[in-house]
Design a protein around this ligand. Sequence first.
Ligand SMILES: *Cc1c(COP(=O)(O)O)cnc(C)c1O
Length: 200
Amino acid sequence: MGIFSFNGNKIITTSGGGMLVTDDEALATQARYLATQARDPAPHYQHSQVGYNYRLSNILAGLGRGQLQVLAERVAARRQNFAHYHQALSDLPGISFMPEASFGQATRWLSCITVDPKDSGLNREVLRLALAERHIESRPVWKPLHLQPVFQGVETIGGRVAEELFANGLCLPSGSSLSDRDRDRVISAIKGQFKFASVE
Ligand SMILES: *Cc1c(COP(=O)(O)O)cnc(C)c1O
C-alpha cells in the first residue's frame, strides 16, 4: 500500500484528507469498509468491528482531480526553489543539502539544509533568527516522535540520525509561488550571517 497526504500545506491539496493506494483488491475492500464506519450489511446500523468516518468526500475528490492537472508544474517550481538555493548556498562551509536518490526524482516539497556548527561557525538557530528578523519564516526540521513530551519515557530503538537532523536542520521557504526575488532575499540573509561569522 502507499499513502498520500492532501493536507493544506502539500504540493497539491484537497484542503484535508488523503489517499491510500494498493493493487490488492482485498486490502482496498477492507480499507473502504473501515473508512466508512465498518457497517455490517443490515437495515439498521450494526457494527461487528470498530470503524472510522475517514472517507474523502466526492466534492474534495473532485478538487483533487482538478489539482492533479497542475501537479507537474508545481513540482517543477519546487525543484526550481531547491536548485536555486543549492546553487547559491552549497559552497558555504558546513551547509549541506539532501542529495537526490538515484532511483527517482524528489518533489522537493521542502528545501531543507543542515548546518554543521563546527564547519560553519554558527548554527541552525542563528540562521532561523536572522531570517525571522527579516520577516522570513523558516522552521527546524521535524522534532522526532521519541523527543515529544507526550512520549517521554517511552522505549526507543535506533540511532541518533533524526535527533541530529532536528538539531541542525532548517526548512527554508519552499512554496510553489516563490519568485526569484523572494529566494534571493532568503539567500542574502543567510550569506550575511556567514560574512558576519568570518569577520568575528
Ligand atoms: C504531510 C506529511 C505528514 C502528515 O500527513 P497528514 O495528512 O497531514 O496527516 C506526515 N509525513 C510527511 C512526510 C508529510 O509530508
